[in-house]
Design a protein around this ligand. Structure first.
Ligand code: G3I
Length: 388
């Protein structure tokens, strides 16, 4: 009895999920069949929510923004998905349409068709619009990779930011100016990733990108966005340390960086441990102390190695959402939560399919556009957080 009274709600959830995870592992071994029917009771005991209001409404009630990444192809071809998107989201992030690869078939040509369609879609539905992403090592067209050198890299960067940011100036809430610049595995003391930008312009390419960005769209929030900072692994720890050092360095030089984007592509509960809540809060507090806002920019939860039973899987995924958000939202500097997609029908995670052939279920809505436990978990995290 004493034990029951003294554990927190989150600990209760952990205990329940630990039992389910164990059961799931067992179930997996037995060809995906649920072996312990008694545990079925636990499948319906949590993630309860009150009311039917949307994620954007629940977030807004606390002074937060909820939104998602959406692709041009999905939103322009599936009216049911588009309607759900508008119902749930207060912000749209083009998943791929503002990357170099889509925007620039050649150095001379810019193709804004997809980006403009998405910007208009956002506008039509009173959604904020986010820019993703300007300076990254991926999604660079072949012509760029073939031609970039020390002599032209700065002008290529300037020209790109000038044309693209000016095209959308005044319409963009925030831009991911530099994406994924830290990669400790490359062995540099500063943790920087070896990219064409680093190799041509040196480490100050990051300063340069933010300085140019501030010139091109003075209204947009300028974000440094990076991945893998949620879990308790040496690699994640090293990234947190290096990201913090990078942000400190940028701020100390007066570089106009306004926010940190935490991508948050998470592992389903039980796969890799989350960073202990106290340490996560301390990390976020250090970021906030630099007078930076924080956005959760690409949240989703991998379920490709979780048990086959969708009920168990959905609970483990929802548990990860709730665990992560309930800690991260304790930091008042966090202003937005964006999932990387909205429906399981459209997710980059399907590129890493499950061994059993079942479709992945990493997002708030299922492939038929119904709300899942992950949706409940996000809703609960908004409902339970303090107002900004
Ligand atoms: O559009 C082409 C299509 O015409 C072609 O038939 C098809 C063949 O493979 O490829 C399509 O393009 C793919 C595109 O996704 C649209 O599906 C690209 O090959 C593929 O590389 C691209 O992957 C995207 C990836 O970033 C690389 O840009 C994912 O959709 C997108 O979810 C992912 O998002 C990244 C963020 O930008 C940064 N953080 C990590 C996150 C997940 O990797």
């Amino acid at each position: 009895m004493f034990f029951r009274q003294s554990i927190t709600r989150r600990q209760t959830l952990h205990l329940g999920l630990a039992a389910l995870a164990g059961m799931g592992a067992c179930a997996q071994k037995q060809s995906g069949k649920l072996v312990d029917q008694d545990n079925q009771a636990q499948l319906s005991t949590s993630f309860t929510i009150e009311g039917e209001s949307s994620l954007k409404e629940r977030a807004a009630a606390k002074g937060l923004i909820y939104g998602a990444a959406g692709s041009y192809s999905a939103l322009s071809s599936n009216p049911e998905f588009a309607a759900k998107f508008a119902q749930e989201c207060a912000m749209l992030v083009p998943e791929n349409s503002l990357k170099w690869l889509t925007l620039r078939p050649s150095r001379e040509q810019f193709n804004f068709n997809q980006g403009d369609w998405l910007a208009q879609f956002a506008d039509r539905h009173d959604m904020l619009f986010r820019g993703h992403t300007l300076v990254w090592n991926q999604s660079l067209p072949q012509w760029f990779q073939n031609n970039v050198n020390k002599g032209n890299a700065e002008s290529l960067m300037r020209e790109h930011l000038q044309v693209v940011m000016k095209h959308y100036a005044g319409k963009v809430h925030s831009w991911d100016v530099v994406n994924e610049a830290i990669f400790p595995q490359h062995g540099r003391a500063d943790g920087l990733r070896l990219t064409p930008w680093l190799q041509t312009l040196g480490p100050n390419y990051i300063d340069l990108a933010f300085e140019i960005a501030a010139e091109m769209d003075p209204q947009a929030m300028l974000v440094y966005n990076d991945t893998r900072m949620a879990h308790d692994t040496p690699e994640n720890e090293s990234r947190r340390t290096n990201v913090l050092k990078l942000l400190e360095r940028l701020k100390s030089r007066g570089v106009p960086v306004h926010a940190l984007g935490l991508q948050a592509h998470l592992w389903g509960w039980g796969k890799v441990p989350f960073l202990e809540p106290k340490r996560m809060r301390a990390f976020l507090h250090e970021v906030a102390q630099l007078e930076l806002k924080i956005l959760v920019t690409e949240l989703d939860v991998a379920d490709n190695q979780l048990p086959a039973d969708p009920q168990i899987r959905d609970r483990l995924v929802a548990g990860a959402y709730e665990d992560y958000l309930s800690v991260v939202l304790d930091e008042p500097a966090v202003i937005a939560v964006l999932t990387w997609g909205l429906s399981d029908q459209y997710t980059w995670r399907s590129k890493w399919p499950r061994g059993d052939g079942n479709p992945v279920r990493p997002l708030p809505l299922d492939a038929q556009m119904n709300r899942k436990l992950a949706w409940n978990a996000i809703a609960r995290a908004f409902d339970h957080t303090r107002a900004r």
